[in-house]
Design a protein around this ligand. Structure first.
Ligand code: NAD
Length: 449
């Protein structure tokens, strides 16, 4: 689906008119393209005085990625990214200097620039001043992201205590947020829980040698996930219902994968996925639970059928498939489960009690499933899309659709590939330390924080 308004306000006469009328002008986002630089300009690394050692380590790593790293801003600089290192702060007073220095750079950011904070998770075990400083980064980052323009985004990596800035997933998350792969992720803080995970040999093909299943892959977000995982090196089994067989075959052919016509609510769906993966490719390493349906009704009008259908596809099938994989003893090669949640499962949405329950259920499920996989170096995480331009959202009436599109910091809906990029990151070896988390891909949707 195309966003006509976005195209109009960015071209010719209508661009001028929109400017004069003061209308919102969403910027076209810069998305990942092979061969493009990781960041579109020099990277400025700023730090709280206490966090200098970590800032040095981060700067060294960025240099290793071939980036032009600066520790000070000079007049005339246009930065592709600002990395703000706050890992050792112990009092909110320490925020002023590095945060105001960041503010001074905001007028000279490149289009599609990135601001990324590196900080620590606040816990109840922290001294109150330490917790206040650490948790303060949350509100700071979310507010800062709302002030950025020109398709720039602000996101944060939050490290658990004991996880260094050089841990694989600290670097993996930092690189994801710096890159164009996170174009529609905005205002989010992703926690790195452990030092697990490994850095890929080739950052362009981190999934090489991995076998993935993607459900609901015939169209929309699922098709984009299948293509993105294949681009990143995975062999993909694309799954969808028989009625979508033709479209499914096209997706599978395009990526030289395998199509499997299967309703995910079948009682033996997990066993069948595993059997095919083992027989054809010798392993199953990544499962993306993307198949999902809507049956919206206000609760006062909800029918048992509509309630049951949504729960069956969106959450019960995922639980059953995971259980079958776990008991098989074959899902043990640093396995990854990535499930599609939704911002409706976080904030709730009128007319979506069934959908909200299922998507919130996904969030609970990944949190409780992740520990069952840690012994094998595995993880389970969720991606929560906001408004994404697909057949599903094309059915929303025009006025509500237009409001949903604009109600985010980036003032536009996301594309299926934006969700796929987040899924690919969580499925990668460099995300092994992200355990049971939810990553929103919503352009900092105003709904539900
Ligand atoms: P879509 O309706 O365009 O595609 C869903 C696919 O899942 C279809 O190909 C469908 O045939 C398949 N499917 C449905 N039931 C199935 C079953 N029982 N077994 C196998 N396949 C089945 O949807 P989409 O917009 O691409 O959404 C994909 C996922 O992302 C869903 O889980 C959805 O809830 C979630 N999501 C989407 C948005 C959005 O804005 N589009 C927002 C939040 C979450």
């Amino acid at each position: 689906m195309t966003d006509t308004y976005l195209n109009l306000v960015n071209s010719g006469f209508t661009k001028k008119m929109a400017k004069q009328l003061g209308l919102p002008r969403p910027a076209p986002l810069v998305r990942f393209q092979a061969g493009q630089p990781l960041v579109r300009g020099p990277v400025l690394v700023l730090a709280a005085a206490s966090s200098g050692t970590d800032a040095d380590a981060v700067g060294k790593q960025l240099l290793g990625w071939g980036l032009d790293v600066r520790r000070h801003a000079s007049a005339g600089d246009t930065f592709g990214a600002v990395v703000l290192v706050l890992t050792a702060i112990a009092h909110p007073d320490e925020l002023a200097e590095p945060v105001l220095a960041t503010g001074a750079t905001l007028r000279s950011l490149a289009r599609g620039a990135r601001v990324v904070t590196l900080s620590r998770v606040a816990t109840a075990d922290d001294a109150p001043a330490v917790a206040a400083a650490r948790h303060g980064v949350d509100g700071l980052l979310r507010s800062l992201a709302k002030e950025l323009r020109g398709g720039a985004t602000g996101n944060g990596v939050q490290l658990a205590d004991g996880v260094g800035v050089d841990a694989p997933s600290a670097l993996g998350a930092l690189r994801f947020f710096l890159s164009a792969r996170s174009a529609y992720v905005d205002g989010q803080l992703l926690t790195v829980d452990t030092t697990a995970g490994t850095l890929p040999e080739d950052w362009d093909r981190p999934l090489a040698g991995r076998v993935a299943v993607v459900t609901g892959a015939a169209r929309g977000i699922g098709a984009a996930i299948a293509e993105t995982l294949a681009r990143d090196g995975a062999t993909v089994i694309a799954v969808d219902v028989p009625a979508a067989g033709e479209a499914l075959a096209k997706v599978a052919n395009k990526i030289r994968g395998t199509a499997l016509q299967l309703d995910v609510t079948a009682p033996d769906a997990g066993d069948r996925l595993l059997e095919l993966a083992l027989r054809r490719y010798g392993s199953l390493d990544i499962v993306v639970h993307n198949a999902g349906i809507l049956r919206d009704k206000l609760l006062v009008n909800m029918t048992p059928e509509k309630w049951a259908a949504v729960i069956a596809v969106n959450i019960a099938a995922q639980l059953r498939i995971n259980e079958q994989l776990l008991v098989s003893g074959e899902f043990t090669r640093a396995p990854r489960i990535v499930s599609l949640a939704s911002t409706s499962g976080i904030a709730g949405n009128r007319g979506q009690t069934n959908y909200g329950a299922s998507k919130s259920g996904v969030i609970g499920m990944v949190r409780a499933t992740a520990p069952l996989l840690t012994a094998f170096g595995g993880t389970a995480n969720a991606v929560a899309p906001g408004f994404i331009e697909t057949d599903m959202t094309a059915k929303i009436p025009f006025a509500s659709r237009e409001i949903a599109r604009r109600a985010s910091s980036l003032q536009q809906g996301g594309q299926p590939v934006d969700v796929a990029e987040a899924v690919a990151f969580l499925a990668s070896p460099q995300a092994g330390g992200v355990v049971g988390r939810v990553l929103r891909v919503c352009g900092q949707n105003l709904v539900g924080a």
